[in-house]
Design a protein around this ligand. Structure first.
Ligand SMILES: C[S@@+](CC[C@H](N)C(=O)[O-])C[C@H]1O[C@@H](n2cnc3c(N)ncnc32)[C@H](O)[C@@H]1O
Length: 208
């Protein structure tokens, strides 16, 4: 495993217990990101870097009883909480693994992919290649996360960098965090959120 993955795992060891409380303020963006997936009953949706499984309920509501939620999460502490969530709710159509996005092997081809606040994964070509090869052409993709304000705001950009630093192995690289994914997509579009410090984006996986 690479040094960046190890650093991230160490960081989420500290964040896991307080993660759900800290994620409450971005719940509205999570809902909007899931809505961008336009899930249909029976779909197979993948939650990449699923954390504590905070998106599972929304995703399950979209795919229904005939569909399935797949997920991968590399932090053992975050994954334990996701497992506890699944057990607590008795969800039977969630398959998830405590594995990095770089190497996870999914049990099914996916129709839709959620990248919610997973900056490190978005900036790792090996992780993206492994995930995208397991999706069908045309798969719907939604992303949400932090980005820099426009360049002319200058020093204000210290704020997103500082907010990102405790969580991500690569806190910089926030100009266009979606651009490795968008290079694999058609119909890609993004919009700024949080006064320009965040983004929501969606696209469809291009064939080939
Ligand atoms: C900010 S949290 C977001 C969690 C979840 N997506 C959510 O919306 O609540 C980022 C998550 O990505 C996970 N992560 C980072 N790099 C990863 C990788 N290479 N493979 C799998 N998970 C990774 C971290 O362990 C952490 O749980």
């Amino acid at each position: 495993m690479k040094a960046d993955n190890q650093l991230s795992i160490r960081r989420y060891r500290r964040h896991a217990a307080g993660y759900d409380a800290s994620a409450r303020r971005t719940m509205h963006l999570r809902r909007r990101a899931v809505a961008l997936l336009d899930l249909k009953p029976g779909d197979v949706v993948l939650d990449v870097g699923a954390g504590t499984g905070l998106s599972y309920e929304l995703l399950l509501a979209g795919v229904g009883g005939q569909g399935c939620v797949l997920a991968c999460e590399q932090s053992p502490e975050m994954f334990d909480l996701a497992q506890a969530r699944v057990a607590r709710h008795g969800w039977h159509n969630v398959w998830h693994a405590n594995l990095p996005a770089e190497s996870v092997e999914l049990p099914q081809v996916v129709d839709a992919i959620l990248f919610n606040y997973v900056h490190d994964i978005l900036r790792t070509p090996q992780a993206l290649a492994n995930i995208l090869r397991q999706a069908r052409p045309g798969a719907r993709i939604a992303l949400a996360g932090m980005k820099y304000f426009p360049w002319w705001v200058g020093p204000l950009n210290l704020l997103p960098w500082l907010k990102n630093r405790p969580y991500n192995a690569r806190p910089g690289d926030l100009w266009q965090p979606w651009n490795l994914v968008s290079s694999h997509c058609e119909d890609f579009a993004w919009e700024a959120t949080q006064l320009g410090m965040g983004y929501l984006a969606r696209g469809r996986l291009r064939a080939g």
